[in-house]
Write a protein that binds this ligand. Sequence first.
Ligand code: HEC
Ligand code: HEC
Length: 285
Amino acid sequence: MARGFRSGGAAALALVLAAPLAGADEVIDDELVINGEIPIVTQAPAPEHVEAFSVIRSGWTFRSPETQAMEMDDFDNPAILGVEAARDDFDASLGANGESCASCHESPEDLAGVRAVYPKWDDAAGEVQTIEMQVNECVTERMGAEAWPYDASRMVNMSALMSFVSRGEIVNVAIDGPAAETWQQGKDMYYTRYGQLELSCANCHEDNYDNMIRADHLSQGMVNGFPTYRLKNTKLNSVHNRFKGCIRDTMAQTFSPGSPEFVALELYVASRGNGLSVEGPAVRN
Ligand code: HEC
Ligand code: HEC
C-alpha cells in the first residue's frame, strides 16, 4: 500500500483515493454471528466523544464477503490456531514458582469480559495498561518470569485468547477519571499529521473512510477486532503493530509496540469503538 504514496505531499492522498466502491448503494451486510451463536455488534451509534461520526462500524463491515465469511466460523478463522496455542501456554508452568496462569485464573473463560474494558487505568502501577502490559505484570511480578516481548507471537496469541473469551461483549473503555490525561494524549496523536505525507489518522479513517485507497477499502480504523489475522502477512497482528504500519505508510518515523505513545493512542482509538462488540481475533486483509 505504501508504494502509492511515494510521490509525496499531502495532496498524494487525493491522488490515490477513489470513489466509494462500485455499487455504493450495495447494502452493508452487518449481520455477524460467529459459529451461529455469538452475535457481534458491528455497527452502533457513535459515542458522544466521537463527534465526526453518527454511526461507528467495525472493520469487518468494510471487508469483502470472502474475508467476512472467514470470521463467521471458527473452523475457517486462521486466528484460532493462535488461540489454541495460548490455551496450552495458559496451562504451562512458568518461572520461579512453577505456577501457570491457570494456578490463579483457573481457565481463560474466567477472564471473560476483561478485554472489553482495556486499555484501563491500573492504580497500583499508576498508569493506563493494555492487556499485554497486564499479562506481563502477571508474568513478571506474580510468576517471577522474564517479561514476554510486547510483540512476540506468544504475547499476541495470549492477547487473542483474551479477546476470544470476551467475544460479543460490548467495548466500554473508561476515558475519564485517572485515564483522562492519557486519553487526551492519544486524541492529540490521532489528529497529528505525521511524516512527509503530513497525514493524521483522522485524514484517512475519519475524513475518508468508505473510500478506496488503492486496492483497500478504508475503514474507520477501529481496534475491536484485534489482534487481527491478516491475509497479507498470514499471522496475528497486535494493535500496536497495525499502528506502526499505518504511521510508516505516511513515511514517518514510528513509535515502538508497547511505547507510552502507542498505549495512549490505543486507549483513544479503543474508546472510539465503545458500543461495538469485542470481535477479535478477527480476519482482515
Ligand atoms: C500468582 C497468581 C497469578 C498468576 C500465576 C497469574 N495471574 Fe493474572 N492476575 C492475578 C491477580 C491477583 C490479578 C489482579 C486481579 C484484579 O486486579 O482483579 C490478575 C489480573 C490479570 C488480568 C486482568 C484482569 C482484570 O480484570 O483486569 C489478566 C488479563 C491476567 N491476570 C492474565 C494472566 C495470564 C495470561 C497469566 C499467565 C501468563 C496470569 N494472569 C497469571 C494473579 C495471577
Ligand atoms: C494514508 C491513510 C492512513 C493513515 C494516515 C492511517 N491509516 Fe490506518 N489503515 C489504513 C488502511 C488502508 C488500512 C486497511 C484498511 C482498513 O481497515 O481501513 C488501515 C487499517 C487500520 C486499522 C485496522 C482496522 C481493522 O479493523 O482491522 C487500524 C486500527 C488503524 N488503521 C489505525 C490507524 C491509526 C491509529 C492511525 C494514525 C496513527 C492510522 N491508522 C493512520 C490507512 C491509513
